[in-house]
Design a binder for this molecule. Structure first.
Ligand code: HDE
Length: 701
C-alpha cells in the first residue's frame, strides 16, 4: 500500500539535474536544452503575477479537494479551453513563410503601383500555400489544387494576390462556390471521405457542371500532386487590371514561375508519402528555408488590351479559361524569395487573412464574376474566423506602411484613433486623416450599361476546347497519368451513372482519353454529352506540360542513400560531395537509426531507419551496401519496398555491385539507363548529373 501521507517531490524537482544535454537539438530552432533556472524568465500568469508552482493544483489538505481560489489553475485551463479558432472553410491546411518581393523590371508605363516603379525595390511578403478540400490535420499529398496566396506589404498598403497552382477554376460564377465545396468535402451524413475528390458527391456535381471540364483535366494531372510547394507555379487566375498614373488601363494575368523548376510525384508515391510523412510539403519548405536554400519565383505578367481580348477565342472574364503563353508571352517583372520561417505557426500562418479585395493604387479588378464574388467572401469569412473586424490589428495582417482611418472599437481593438475627432469631415485642427484625391485608390472608370438580370454570357459557353488543348499538350507519360487519375477517382464512385456521365464529357474532350478511361474502369462508352457549344481544335501549348518544362538541375532535390554496415566509405563521401556540389540534399537511410560502421571502420550517421525512410521521400536513390547488408535488407519488407518503389516510380538509381542481392530480392532483375552501377567513387558525379532529369520516364513506357 502506498503511504498516502507521504508527500512526493514534484516532477519539476525530480527533473532537476537530469542529463538534458543527451537530447539532440535541431540547429537554430531555439528551445535549447541547456537553459538553467537562472537563465529562464520568471513564469507569470497572463496578468503578470509571478507563479511559484506550476505542477500542483491548490487543494484543501494533502489529499483534499481542489480549491476554486486557484486563479493560476483556472486561468491556465480557461485559456487552453479557448485555444482553437474555426479552421478555414476551404484551404484549411496550409503552410506559410516570410520573404520579399523585388521588382526586377520597372513598369511605370503600365501601372502606378508603388512596388513596380523601380527595379531593385523590395517589399516584405508573406506566402501561405494550402490544399483546398482537407481539414487542417489532413495530409499534404492529397490530389487537390494548391493555394498560393501572397501578401505583399507595399508602401501603399497590402496587396494580396490570392492565387492557386492551377491557372483555371472549376466554376464561372461565385454563386456556385458553396455547392462545389460541399460536393468535394466530406459527405454531411457520414463525414467522409476526407481530403479527396474520389467519391460520388464530387463527381456527381462535376458531371453536372460541364464548365468544370478544363479544371478537372488539370486536377487529374500531375499538377494536383506537386513534389513540393517549391516546385509549383502560381497563378492569379482572374484577369486583373493594371492602371498607370494617367489612368490608362491594361488587362493582366499574373503568374509565379518557380526558379526551382516544375516537379510532381506520381500517384502511387503520393499515396505512400501520405502515410510515411503526412507533413511532406511543409517539412520540405521548412527544411529548404532553414538550410538557406531559399525558394524563389519570378512574377510574370501577361499584359493585353481590349483589342487582344476581343480577338481571343474565349472571354477573358471567364476563370475557367487561360491564355496560352504561346499566344501571349509572359513578361517577367519581379521575383519572390522566401527566406524566413515563421516564429509561431498560429500567430502568423493561421491568423493571416488574405483578401482579394486587398488591392493597391495601380491595380484593379475586372468584372470576372468569380473575382467579384470572392471580394465579398474573404472579408466575411475572416470576420467570423478571427472573431471580429479588428483582425487587421494582428501583426501579420497589419500594413507595414503608415495607416490612418476612423474605424474604431470592436472586439480586441489594439489601436483606436486618438484625440477628439473620430468622424470625417470635421473642422478640428487636429482632425485626423483626410482622403487624398490625387494619390488615393481610384477605380478604373469602366463603362457599364445593360439590364439587371441573372445570365451566363454566351461568350462563356465553350466548356471543352481548352480541356482538349490541355490533354493534347501533355507528353504520353502525363497523358497516362491523367487516364490513371480518372480511372482511380471514378472507380471510387459507387454509382455507375456518375461514372458514365463523366465518360460522356470525356468523349467530347478526346475520344482517345474517354476510351482509355472506360477501359481502365471496365465500362462501355456511353453516348457523348451534347455540348452547349461545339469545341474547336486549339494549338498544342507546350507550356501546359510539366515534363516538357522539366528542370535541368538536381538543385533543391534530395538523394536518399541507403547504407549498411560495411558500406564503402569513399563511395558514400563521393556521392555526398557530388550532391552538395549540385546544390542538392542528402538523407541517409540505414537498417538502424544509430547508423552503420562503414568499410573503413568509421561511422556513417543515419537520418532515417529503413522503415521510416521509404524511397518515396527521395527524388533519387543510391544503394551503398555490403554483400551481407544487401542480403539482410533483401529479407526485410521495407528494404525490398525501398528498391522496388524507387524502380517503379521511375527514379534514377545508383548502386554498388554488392547491392545485387537486394535488387534481386526486390524483383528488380533488369537494368536500364536510369540505373547506374557505381564501380568507383569517380562515378558519383556522373550519376548526380543524370539525376538532373529527376525521373527516368522511359522506364514507364
Ligand atoms: Fe478562395 N476562399 N474562393 N479561391 N481561396 C478562401 O477565405 C472563395 C478561389 C484561395 O491561405 C476563403 O480566408 C470563393 C479561386 C486561396 O488563407 C473563402 C471563391 C482561387 C485561399 C474563399 C473562391 C482561390 C482561399 C476561405 C469562388 C484562386 C486560402 C478562408 C468565387 C485564384 C488563403 C479564407 C489562405 C480561401 C472563397 C475561389 C484561392 C471562403 C467564394 C478561384 C489560396 O473566403
Amino acid at each position: 500500500m502506498p503511504d498516502k501521507t507521504k508527500l512526493y517531490p514534484s516532477t519539476a524537482d525530480t527533473q532537476k539535474g537530469a542529463d538534458v544535454a543527451a537530447h539532440p537539438v535541431e540547429v537554430g530552432q531555439g528551445g535549447e536544452w541547456h537553459q538553467t533556472d537562472a537563465d529562464a524568465p520568471r513564469m507569470t500568469t497572463a496578468q503578470g503575477t509571478p507563479v511559484s508552482d506550476d505542477q500542483n493544483t491548490l487543494t484543501g489538505g494533502e489529499r483534499g479537494p481542489a480549491l476554486m481560489e486557484d486563479f493560476h489553475f483556472r486561468e491556465k485551463i480557461f485559456h487552453f479551453d479557448h485555444e482553437r479558432i474555426p479552421e478555414r472553410v476551404v484551404h484549411a491546411r496550409g503552410y506559410g513563410a516570410h520573404g520579399y518581393f523585388e521588382c526586377t523590371d520597372a513598369i511605370p508605363e503600365l501601372t502606378s503601383a508603388s512596388l513596380f516603379q523601380e527595379a531593385g525595390k523590395r517589399v516584405p511578403a508573406f506566402v501561405r500555400f494550402s490544399t483546398v478540400a482537407g481539414n487542417k490535420g489532413s495530409f499534404d499529398l492529397a490530389r487537390d489544387v494548391r493555394g498560393f496566396a501572397v501578401k505583399m506589404y507595399t508602401e501603399d498598403g497590402n496587396w494580396d494576390l490570392v492565387g492557386n497552382n492551377i491557372p483555371v477554376f472549376f466554376i464561372q460564377d461565385a454563386m456556385k462556390f458553396p455547392d462545389l465545396i460541399h460536393s468535394v468535402k466530406e459527405a454531411p451524413d457520414r463525414a467522409f471521405p476526407q481530403a479527396q475528390s474520389a467519391h460520388d458527391n464530387f463527381w456527381d456535381f462535376i458531371s453536372l457542371m460541364p464548365e468544370s471540364m478544363n479544371m478537372v483535366l488539370w486536377i487529374m494531372s500531375d499538377r494536383a500532386i506537386p513534389r513540393s510547394f517549391r516546385f509549383m507555379e502560381g497563378f492569379g487566375v482572374h484577369t486583373f487590371r493594371l492602371v498607370n498614373a494617367e489612368g490608362k488601363s491594361h488587362y493582366v494575368k499574373f503568374h509565379w514561375k518557380p526558379k526551382q523548376g516544375l516537379q510532381s510525384v506520381v500517384w502511387d508515391e503520393a499515396v505512400k508519402i501520405n502515410g510515411a510523412d503526412p507533413d511532406f510539403h511543409r517539412r520540405d519548405l521548412w527544411d529548404a528555408i532553414r538550410t538557406g536554400d531559399f525558394p524563389e519565383w519570378e512574377l510574370g505578367m501577361q499584359i493585353f488590351d481590349d483589342a487582344f481580348a476581343d480577338k481571343f477565342d474565349f472571354d477573358v472574364l471567364d476563370s475557367t479559361k487561360l491564355i496560352p503563353e504561346e499566344d501571349l508571352p509572359i513578361r517577367v517583372v519581379g521575383r519572390l524569395v522566401l527566406d524566413r520561417t515563421v516564429d509561431n505557426f498560429f500567430a502568423e500562418t493561421e491568423q493571416v487573412a488574405f483578401c482579394t479585395q486587398n488591392i493597391v493604387p495601380g491595380i484593379d479588378f475586372t468584372n470576372d464574376p468569380l473575382l467579384q464574388g470572392r471580394n465579398f467572401s474573404y472579408l466575411d469569412t475572416q470576420t467570423k474566423r478571427l472573431g471580429g473586424p479588428n483582425f487587421t490589428h494582428i501583426p501579420i495582417n497589419a500594413p507595414k506602411c503608415p495607416f490612418h482611418h476612423f474605424q474604431q472599437d470592436g472586439h480586441m481593438a489594439m489601436h483606436n484613433p486618438t484625440g477628439r475627432a473620430n468622424y470625417e469631415p470635421n473642422s478640428w485642427s487636429q482632425g485626423g486623416p483626410r482622403p487624398d484625391p490625387r494619390a488615393g485608390f481610384k477605380t478604373h472608370p469602366e463603362d457599364m450599361s445593360g439590364a439587371k438580370r441573372r445570365l451566363r454570357p454566351e461568350s462563356f459557353a465553350d466548356h471543352y476546347s481548352q480541356a482538349r488543348q490541355f490533354y493534347l499538350s501533355q507528353t504520353p507519360v502525363e497523358q497516362d497519368h491523367i487516364v490513371n487519375g480518372f480511372g482511380f477517382e471514378l472507380s471510387k464512385c459507387v454509382a455507375p451513372d456518375i461514372r458514365n456521365r463523366v465518360l460522356s464529357h470525356l468523349r467530347v474532350i478526346d475520344e482517345g482519353l474517354a476510351t482509355k478511361v472506360a477501359e481502365a474502369l471496365g465500362h462501355d462508352l456511353p453516348e457523348a454529352a451534347t455540348p452547349a457549344r461545339a469545341p474547336v481544335d486549339l494549338k498544342v501549348s507546350d507550356k501546359l506540360s510539366i515534363l516538357k518544362n522539366a528542370p535541368d538541375s538536381f538543385k533543391g532535390r534530395k538523394l536518399g542513400i541507403l547504407v549498411t554496415d560495411g558500406a564503402d566509405r569513399a563511395m558514400f563521401d563521393a556521392l555526398t560531395e557530388a550532391v552538395k556540389a549540385e546544390g542538392g540534399m542528402v538523407e541517409v537511410v540505414a537498417p538502424k537509426v544509430g547508423g552503420v560502421t562503414a568499410s573503413d571502420g568509421s561511422t556513417i550517421e543515419a537520418n532515417q531507419k529503413i522503415d521510416g525512410g521509404p524511397s518515396v521521400l527521395y527524388d533519387a536513390v543510391a544503394l551503398v551496401l555490403s554483400t551481407d547488408g544487401a542480403e539482410k535488407l533483401g529479407g526485410m519488407l521495407p528494404g525490398k519496398d525501398f528498391v522496388s518503389n524507387a524502380f517503379g516510380h521511375c527514379k534514377f538509381m545508383a548502386m554498388t555491385p554488392e547491392a545485387d542481392a537486394l535488387l534481386k530480392a526486390s524483383g528488380v532483375n533488369q537494368t536500364d539507363a536510369g540505373m547506374m552501377t557505381l564501380g568507383a567513387p569517380t562515378d558519383a558525379p556522373a550519376f548526380i548529373k543524370a539525376c538532373r532529369a529527376v525521373r527516368f520516364w522511359d522506364r514507364a513506357a
